[in-house]
Design a protein. Structure first.
Length: 292
């Protein structure tokens, strides 16, 4: 009886590569600090009901624009609401706005990019012409236009951000597929009679994941900024629900009298976006062969 040939491609070494990448990432202090900051942000968002000392929407006209004190560690806003409680609850809106839109973009872009890069021909031409048309417009402008069309609200804002982020992921996946499909292990799988679907899903798709992970970390940061921008414009999270962007919008009228109203939400946005970008740089260093 003759033995059946086995094609060893990306799946056969994926586990080893993941362990190697994890070890390399652990040797980068900046990336590990950034990861700790991100995990802390996630924990704060999840535990906001337990951590917040006050109801984030409770109005107290006796404590309007009070400076930070023992009762209100980060002060109060223009209607006496506790800034710390609103920051903690606002982290939930930013967490959702960072994760859900990127999940939407990845779920749609992976099959589109895979089809475009692997099949080529008119399928590739059609997908890429539409994609190029969307890429010709800045990401934030697309998000604002879609959010205005769909109507105010956090859910509509997340859909708008996810669609706006889609073209970048489609182009990334397509480019990766075009580079991978000429590799020897892919050609060997095709020569052994593997179906096109099996080749695409088993041998090509796993190798698109490393650059996809890098782009995800960077796009989550862009999505958080986009949600803050939409909330600042009144198209995202609607008052009185807390959002860092809407907190900045309310604070702009009191910058001289109550600077803490703008300082703390601004620092939160800066901190999480910086951490995500630093982590993205670390992932690029360990996952992209061109940076090794």
């Amino acid at each position: 009886m003759s033995a059946t040939p086995v094609v060893l491609g990306a799946p056969a070494v994926a586990v080893g590569r993941r362990y190697k990448a994890a070890r390399q990432l652990a040797r980068r202090p900046a990336a590990m600090i950034a990861l700790a900051v991100i995990l802390g942000f996630v924990l704060v968002a999840l535990a906001a009901p337990q951590l917040a000392p006050f109801d984030p929407t409770a109005i107290d006209y006796r404590a309007v624009r009070k400076a930070p004190s023992a009762v209100h560690p980060l002060g109060t806003d223009e209607v006496g609401r506790d800034v710390l409680s609103r920051l903690l609850w606002g982290a939930r809106a930013s967490l959702l706005a960072g994760v859900i839109p990127v999940t939407i973009a990845v779920a749609l872009s992976v099959p589109l990019g895979l089809l475009s890069g692997y099949l080529g021909g008119w399928v590739d031409g059609l997908i890429m012409r539409i994609n190029d048309a969307m890429l010709s417009i800045p990401f934030l402008i697309v998000a604002i236009a879609l959010a205005a069309f769909l109507g105010p609200g956090l859910g509509n804002a997340m859909i708008a951000i996810g669609i706006a982020a889609l073209p970048t992921f489609v182009r990334l996946v397509r480019g990766t597929v075009l580079a991978i499909k000429t590799e020897e292990y892919v050609e060997a799988a095709q020569a052994l009679g593997c179906s096109r679907r099996r080749v695409a899903l088993r041998h090509i798709l796993p190798n698109t994941l490393p650059p996809l992970f890098i782009q995800v970390s960077l796009t989550v940061a862009a999505a958080i900024i986009a949600e803050a921008s939409l909330s600042f414009l009144g198209l995202g999270q609607q008052p009185p629900a807390p959002s860092w962007g809407s907190m900045l919008n309310a604070a702009q009228r009191y910058l001289s009298q109550a600077p803490w109203m703008a300082l703390y939400p601004g620092l939160m946005i800066f901190g999480i976006v910086m951490a995500l970008n630093v982590l993205g740089d670390g992932l690029r260093d360990v996952l992209d062969p061109r940076h090794q």
